[in-house]
Design a protein around this ligand. Structure first.
Ligand SMILES: [Zn+2]
Ligand SMILES: [Zn+2]
Length: 311
């Protein structure tokens, strides 16, 4: 089952010719989610072929480079005769401002838009097989990050062993796999523990939005497969990062280490670095052994299960 992340916009507060303001599209088994919607997000969605069928928009904070794309995106959805409702999650205390963006210039979308305020530890969205949690971040306004965490999957079914125990191939197999004991014709009872392995972890990703380094990011998910972290500056502007409530690439890497992630995406690159992200990468690699990259707009990452041989 694919879990696909498309980086729509990777710029800092000011866009560049190559980088759009923040936006991340996540697709999972027919469900599409959007994290932040900086100005121009709808065109990035067209350029990179994600489509507009998002059911949820998760807003990290109400700075323009994360939300000014909302009015245009919603108006285009309206022109497309969208009927499905859209849920917009936003930090506590921002409902009124967000409503202003949704109804910008007096345009009221003809489809339902539900605004949901979230804070540290809240489950913003509970789906069938995963949830999206909000966690507190440290920016200079009300802000949260989001962690998408899949449920554990069933343990592996040991077909060979089941047959050895005399379980006939058929419905009893799925019963056992679903955690129910079965009785054989001779009266023997086979318990699921005999033929089903330990539950296997799902996948997870964490997106911080704009923030100084925080412990909440480390605790947002257990060893996430992907951490997308604010890395607005390199170490040469560490003082500026602290002052403006952002992170350096190296700080992001230290958080990545402590979070136990395999993969770190350095986001929200300041326009001061133009196309030069060599320092970001080198400084992050100094402290983090996993895979580090600076995504470009349009880059796509597929997250695999740890045991990738089956779903
Ligand atoms: Zn920003
Ligand atoms: Zn910001």
């Amino acid at each position: 089952m694919p879990l696909r992340v498309t980086f729509l916009g990777t710029a800092g507060a000011v866009p560049t010719t190559n980088r759009n303001p923040s936006g991340i599209h996540v697709a999972r088994e027919g469900e599409e989610l959007l994290f932040d919607a900086g100005e121009g997000t709808q065109r990035q969605m067209m350029r990179f072929g994600t489509g507009f069928s998002i059911s949820h928009l998760f807003v990290t904070h109400l700075h323009g480079d994360h939300v000014l794309g909302i009015p245009g995106l919603l108006q285009t959805m309206d022109f497309n005769d969208r009927e499905e409702s859209l849920a917009v999650h936003t930090p506590h205390g921002t409902r009124r401002q967000l409503k202003g963006l949704v109804n910008a210039l007096g345009n009221r979308p003809s489809f339902p838009v539900r605004i949901n305020e979230v804070g540290d530890g809240d489950v913003a969205y509970r789906a069938d097989e995963f949830e999206v949690r909000a966690f507190g971040t440290d920016h200079d306004t009300q802000s949260v990050g989001y962690a998408l965490v899949e449920d554990d999957r069933k343990g592996r079914f040991d077909r060979e062993h089941a047959e050895e125990l005399g379980v006939p191939v058929g419905p009893k197999f799925s019963k056992l796999h679903n955690g129910e004991p079965v009785e054989l014709e001779d009266g023997t009872v086979v318990d699921p523990e005999q033929v089903v392995g330990e539950p296997r972890p799902g996948r997870s990703l964490v997106y911080t939005g704009d923030t100084r380094p925080t412990v909440a990011t480390i605790e947002a998910a257990d060893e996430p497969d992907l951490l997308i972290h604010d890395a607005t500056f390199a170490e040469d502007r560490a003082d500026r990062a602290a002052k403006t409530a952002h992170s350096t690439a190296q700080q992001a890497a230290e958080i990545a280490n402590r979070a136990g992630t395999d993969r770190l995406a350095l986001m929200h690159i300041s326009s001061r670095y133009a196309g030069h992200t060599g320092d970001h990468l080198a400084e992050a690699r100094d402290v983090f052994d996993g895979e580090v990259f600076v995504p470009e707009d349009g880059d796509v990452i597929e997250l695999e299960y740890m045991d990738a041989d089956e779903t």
